[in-house]
Design a binder for this molecule. Structure first.
Ligand SMILES: Nc1ncnc2c1ncn2[C@@H]1O[C@H](COP(=O)(O)OP(=O)(O)OP(=O)(O)O)[C@@H](O)[C@H]1O
Ligand SMILES: [Mg+2]
Length: 249
């Protein structure tokens, strides 16, 4: 569970270029919830994810993960619970290492989950089996350099690696912005499947309203650093895509 209590963020306080990026955010995302976040450019979505991950410090308020107050905890210490996927497919993986070696690194990052137990002889086969489930035909190419793959392939592998370790929170910041429609659908389907399979708590930012409508069990709209709309599963289910387009007119 993620709890954000009275989170505010002011950049460049007291200077001419002062920005109130977040204004007193209060949100509680339950374990297993898949919250999709929409909102205009500059409305504070990425800043919120950065504060959750510990990449930015809140000016005010508390971040509580699984009942533990982590407000003062460094990013690297939170990373054992938090996996992140970014807009740029090249951010999540090492280009000059093979697919297999990228998985080895990911498995070594923290104590592995039951899915991948250490780097033993069976590791290679387990990586192959996991990759086969993507249906991209990459399972027989695990010695290829990551840098030789397409953005969609890399993003899919990044997602897969992110759930292999101890992370139980998944933060996705426009994960499909650089992908074609087919790869985008594949990535969101995969995220949806992994979130359910591993009972992850997930926040996914997107500007694609069609995806925001289709995916997730919760829908949150940011506006000027605040939460303008917050729809839980039932309310979200009753929303039409047309209603959502109306939010941005
Ligand atoms: N490091 C920073 N220093 C100063 N201002 C910042 C910084 N990061 C973000 N901001 C400002 O805070 C506000 C919120 O930015 P943020 O990146 O969170 O928006 P966003 O909702 O993710 O937008 P987008 O949809 O364009 O990605 C913007 O006005 C932005 O210019
Ligand atoms: Mg952003």
């Amino acid at each position: 569970m993620i709890e954000l209590e009275n989170i505010s963020k002011v950049f460049n306080r007291g200077e001419a270029n002062e920005v109130a990026a977040l204004r007193n955010i209060n949100l509680r995302i339950e374990k297993g919830e898949f919250a999709v976040i929409v909102g205009a450019n500059g409305s504070g979505k990425t800043t919120l994810l950065n504060i959750l991950a510990g990449a930015e410090k809140a000016s005010d308020g508390h971040v509580i993960l699984g009942g533990k107050d982590v407000t003062g905890l460094a990013e690297y210490k939170r990373s054992k619970w938090i996996a992140r996927v970014f807009q740029n497919p090249y951010t999540g993986t090492a280009s000059d290492l093979s697919i297999l070696d990228n998985f080895r690194l990911a498995a070594l990052r923290t104590q592995p989950k039951k899915l991948v137990i250490g780097i033993d002889a069976g590791f290679k086969q387990r990586v192959r089996d996991m990759i086969a489930k993507l249906g991209m035909g990459l399972e027989n190419k695990i010695d290829l350099l990551m840098g030789s793959l397409s953005g969609g392939q890399r993003q899919a592998l990044t997602l897969l690696m992110s759930v292999m370790d101890t992370a139980n929170i998944l933060l996705l910041d426009e994960p499909t912005a650089a992908l074609d429609p087919k790869s985008s659908a594949l990535i969101l389907n995969l995220a949806d499947r992994l979130i359910k399979e591993f009972h992850l708590t997930a926040l996914c930012i997107t500007h694609n309203l069609k995806y925001a409508h289709q995916y997730g069990s919760r829908l949150i709209q940011f506006q000027e650093g605040g939460v303008l709309r917050d729809y839980h599963a039932n309310q979200k289910g009753a929303l039409s895509l047309q209603d959502m387009f109306g939010w941005f007119e």
